[in-house]
Design a protein around this ligand. Structure first.
Ligand code: AHR
Length: 524
């Protein structure tokens, strides 16, 4: 089983840290030692690593975010206030919109102007339901303003044109008196909007047009060149994100990077995407979201750890063309994709969210942080009511998922600086038993996140700080009675964080982590 320890060490080596392959050995009494290398530091953990994804899919937008101005559900300009309050609490840095597959059939002009005049169209990817276009560009940016997040806009490469995308960018970002900018002002927003990221298509190897890698690159160059950000007030230029690795296939990554850096004047990209869902080994998604046992728990978590190797492989390809690491990896779709919840419309991708998803989220966020030298942005799929969501709504009701709580626990890691940790991951079946990440925030405070994957055994962890004595550690831990424990409207706090404190002995912290738990502590 030493391979497990090597895996964890391997992740850290790839992140440019100073971890040994095995870390300090676990003591014979079953305790695990975590040594925080307080004198060293790794890369900055970009806030955008904790980003979200909201697609016109099922009730992800309609019902989950947008209820309309006349709704009895409390809202501000049509955007539901309970969801806004929940998202503000997790400090969502960025939201990717309008898709997903939906992006490559979205025509932005349908979503501007007086609500009554917007056309009803068909959402061809997701059940052929009517798309009312009530939530369009202005509503998206209003939503971002309300939650305090940046925009990641995906333009339609599959069924749109470079001209349509260029017009959308001019409409949104121009401050000159062009006809499109005046139209934006007439529609209620005289000031140009800020777009932080621009997605150049979505899964164009699949739902985005089944393009060969070379065909995609030729199309992508046109969008990269013509879809210009015209906002002169931008401190940082908009970052363009090309489609990269997906469906376990590296062809797009190779093709895009081979063409990069392009002609600085004509086109370029600043990011390359990865999509990677945890499915339980095979398509279609079939693992139940509740009523499952330890087998399914371990299966999904083992698969999710593949994210580390996927990022390593994408990065290795990118390094050949871009050794300076200018192009960022954007994991702009990830998470658990399970069987549809019983009784739900299978096209709406509704699944039950459990404690297992929270553990899965922590493992992926830890992987992203360890790769923070390249991974600059990620977007979990999806924000509301779809796949591994943050919130579930039903009419006026809203409940926070276990995954939401992990995002809340991890807020201190946003914008912090990675601090290397050494530890023996141990083993639970053919997985590591523990995972751990440390970081120092802008105020100099040290944070430690530890996950105990083992669903049966509590973990006794002893934490040391290199070159200094630890004085105290306190924080919160997320766990629940069963691996499939979930929150519901009737019992919203079944999976909710509780306080956890470490005992201090001889300058070391002594922690007992419940089985199947995620803890985040501030350490002094
Ligand atoms: O997130 C659901 C779908 O998964 C997205 O629309 C698509 O990009 C991916 O295949």
């Amino acid at each position: 089983m030493s391979g497990i320890r090597l895996d964890i060490g391997f992740m850290a080596v790839l992140a440019g840290l100073t971890l040994s392959a095995a870390g300090p050995a676990g003591a014979e009494d079953g305790t695990t030692a975590i040594a925080i290398q307080t004198g060293k530091s790794g890369p900055r953990i970009e806030r955008d690593i904790f980003g979200q994804f909201a697609e016109h899919l099922g009730t992800g937008i309609y019902g989950g975010i947008w209820v309309g101005k006349d709704s009895p559900i409390p809202n501000v300009r049509g955007i539901r206030s309970d969801v806004v309050a929940a998202l503000k609490a997790i400090k969502v840095p960025v939201v990717r919109w309008p898709g997903g597959c939906f992006a490559d059939e979205y025509h932005w002009r349908n979503g501007i102007g007086p609500a009554a005049k917007r056309p009803a169209t068909v959402n061809g990817n997701w059940g052929g339901v009517i798309e009312p276009n009530s939530f369009g560009s202005h509503e998206f940016f209003d939503f971002l303003d309300q939650i305090g997040a940046e925009a990641y806009l995906s333009v339609n490469v599959g069924s749109g044109s470079p001209q349509e995308a260029a017009d959308w960018l001019e409409y949104l970002t121009s401050s000159s008196p062009t006809t499109l900018a005046k139209q934006r002002a007439a529609n209620g927003h005289p000031a140009p909007y800020r777009i932080k990221y621009l997605g150049l298509g979505n899964e164009n190897w699949g739902c985005g047009g089944s393009m060969s890698p070379d065909h995609y690159v030729e199309e992508m160059k046109l969008f990269s060149h013509y879809a210009r950000d015209l906002n002169p007030a931008l401190a940082e230029p908009m970052q363009r994100v090309a489609v990269g690795w997906g469906d376990k296939d590296s062809d797009y990554t190779e093709a895009v990077m081979k063409a990069w850096p392009g002609d600085h004047w004509a086109w370029s990209v600043e990011g390359l995407s990865i999509h990677n869902y945890s499915l339980g080994g095979k398509w279609p998604p079939h693992l139940p979201g509740n009523g499952f046992g330890e087998e399914d728990y371990a299966l999904l978590l083992k698969e999710t750890l593949d994210m580390d190797q996927l990022i390593a492989k994408e990065t290795a390809i990118m390094d050949r063309y871009d050794p300076a690491g200018k192009v960022g990896v954007m994991v702009d779709e990830w998470g658990a994709w399970l069987a549809p919840a019983p009784g739900s419309n299978p096209h709406f991708l509704v699944q039950e969210n459990s404690l297992r998803d929270a553990i899965l989220a922590s493992l992926n966020l830890n992987i992203f942080m360890r790769h923070a030298d390249r991974v600059r942005q990620t977007n979990i799929a999806q924000l509301a009511n779809v796949l591994q969501s943050m919130v579930v709504t039903d009419g006026p009701r809203m409940v926070l998922t276990p995954t939401y709580h992990v995002y809340k626990l991890y807020v201190p890691f946003q914008g912090a600086t990675l601090v290397p940790v050494e530890f023996d991951a141990g083993h639970y079946r053919d997985l590591p038993r523990f995972d751990a990440v440390a970081a120092r925030d802008a105020q100099g405070k040290l944070w430690l996140a530890v996950t105990n994957i083992d669903p049966n055994q509590a973990g006794h962890v002893v934490v040391t700080l290199a070159g200094t004595s630890a004085e105290a550690a306190s924080g919160q831990v997320l766990t629940a009675p069963k691996v499939d424990s979930a929150n519901s409207f009737a019992a919203p706090d079944t999976v909710a964080p509780k306080p956890i404190d470490a005992a201090v002995k001889d300058g070391k912290l002594d922690l007992v982590l419940p089985p199947k738990s995620v803890a985040v502590l501030s350490v002094r």
